[in-house]
Write a protein that binds this ligand. Structure first.
Ligand code: PXG
Length: 456
């Protein structure tokens, strides 16, 4: 047996993967990724692949960063672990909290650490309810979220998320979480003025607040740009209007920055670009560029002041809250983002360049609704875009396209028929050209394939 076949057999016998249909995976065998450098990954058969998804929206500084490895090794030797529970702390966690507050701005004072985005949103759920109880309004428990949102896979995370497939398994969402429609202009109202649609989409929040009763609503949660829901970039009017509505009813705003944070949109946090002032910000992924698990919540002064002054003990925490190795790696990762000017580069150079390329890509016969924001981008495969006719969902055209991407050395993710990318922030303009050329190649292969199958 080759190494590939060998590992595939053991994988299929013993390794239960996340979000995977194991019967169909066993039939073909998992792709084994063996090494990575820069923006590329390699599989066990030696194929070099352009990773236009940064792993899973996380490897912001690219693969192969020795500084992060050295930092982890040094910290492991010095203090590999200690908890922050019983009135103890550690230096990397303290320094990282201080650094994140500097990046977040004046509105914020504290950071709560976890090891993932899901855990952080569990923290948010408990924190906002504890906040309102502390203020003597325990009936304010309801959190409003959006359809197709992704906020994680724990019970709270999946409930806050708006993924039908996840809710269908395990009786979710848990009580006290309700959803409104997402601000997907191209999918919901392509003929409406974009900015007017943004205001209308935000008004669905106000409708829901009034339906639930303003005195029962604790918070609204949203990703600045929805990621796993298909890269849904809201009109520029949307977030300021959401902020206005939250302010009007005194409702806490949580921005889930797990994907948008740490430079993805060209600012340290996506809400800073899109015009929101969240009370709480969820982070994970890009904080360490995925080199080691770390997540957390940036806590605004509005919440922190109440919890610290009057909240007493918050009965919540994780073994790995403030893990010294993860926090040290995060500091080194932020140091790279700063010293290489990567966040500004996304805002002023690579983001606008990708936007230009996507404007051209929009002319391809299969491509509808092509949009970018910083280094995140998406389009939807359309059967007849002149008449705005989508493909039948059951045909899984997105998966067909994804297959051609794999075959041609490109990782591009399919969400239904939306094809999405989030390349590492180190991607150069020349590498954007290379990635765009691959996207054209894959689209042309998909077009030919669909014609051959009689689907077009
Ligand atoms: N919030 C957001 C906005 C996310 O994108 C999470 C929370 C949960 O983070 P953890 O670290 O618990 O996984 C995420 C994670 C996909 C995909 O299919 C996206 C995520 C995770 C898994 C798959 O694009 N995002």
């Amino acid at each position: 047996m080759t190494i590939t076949k060998d590992i595939q057999a053991i994988d299929s016998a013993h390794y239960m993967h996340p979000f995977t249909d194991h019967k169909s995976l066993a039939a073909k065998g998992a792709r084994i990724i063996t090494k990575a450098e820069g923006v590329y990954i390699w599989d066990s058969e030696g194929a070099k692949i352009f990773d236009a998804m940064s792993g899973l929206w996380c490897v912001n500084v690219g693969y192969g960063r020795k500084a992060l490895v050295d930092t982890a090794a040094k910290q492991m030797l010095e203090l590999p672990y200690y908890n922050s529970f019983f009135q103890t702390t550690n230096v990397p966690a303290v320094k990282l909290a201080e650094k994140i507050i500097k990046l977040a701005g004046d509105n914020y004072s504290h950071v709560f650490f976890s090891s993932s985005g899901s855990e952080s949103n569990d923290t948010n759920l408990r924190m906002v309810r504890h906040y309102w109880t502390t203020l003597g309004q325990p009936e304010r428990t309801v959190i409003i979220s959006r359809n197709n949102a992704y906020h994680g896979s724990t019970v709270a995370g999946a409930s806050l998320g708006g993924m039908g497939g996840m809710h269908a398994q395990g009786g979710l969402p848990i009580p006290g979480i309700v959803h409104i429609e997402q601000p997907y202009h191209y999918g919901l109202a392509p003929n409406e003025d974009r900015d007017a649609f943004g205001i209308r989409a935000a008004s669905w929040l106000e409708d829901k607040i009034l339906e639930v009763g303003a005195d029962k609503v604790a918070a609204f949660i949203g990703e600045p740009v929805q990621g796993a829901g298909g890269v849904i970039i809201p009109p520029k009017t949307y977030w300021p209007e959401i902020q206005r509505i939250c302010d009007k009813y005194g409702i806490l705003l949580i921005c889930d920055e797990v994907i948008c944070g740490f430079g993805r949109l060209g600012k340290w946090f996506g809400s800073q670009l899109l015009g929101a002032r969240p009370d709480l910000m969820t982070f994970a992924k890009g904080v360490t560029s995925g080199y080691i698990p770390l997540g957390g919540v940036v806590v605004g002064k509005r919440v922190a002041d109440v919890l610290i002054d009057k909240g007493g003990e918050f009965n919540h925490g994780y073994t790995y809250s403030g893990h010294p190795v993860a926090c040290a790696v995060a500091l080194a990762n932020i140091e790279i983002l700063e010293s290489e000017g990567l966040v500004d580069r996304v805002l002023h150079e690579t983001g606008p360049y990708l936007a230009e390329k996507y404007a051209e890509l929009a002319k391809h016969p299969l491509v509808g609704g092509a949009e970018t924001c910083g280094l995140v981008a998406g389009f939807v495969l359309m059967k007849d875009k002149q008449n705005h006719i989508a493909f039948d969902e059951a045909l899984e055209v997105g998966m067909i396209c994804r297959g051609h991407c794999f075959a041609n050395g490109l990782i591009m993710r399919a969400v239904g028929d939306r094809m999405i990318i989030a390349p590492p922030l180190v991607t150069t303009k020349a590498q954007i050209d290379e990635m765009i050329a691959l996207i054209y190649k894959c689209l042309d292969a998909t077009l030919l394939d669909l014609k051959t199958r009689g689907l077009l």
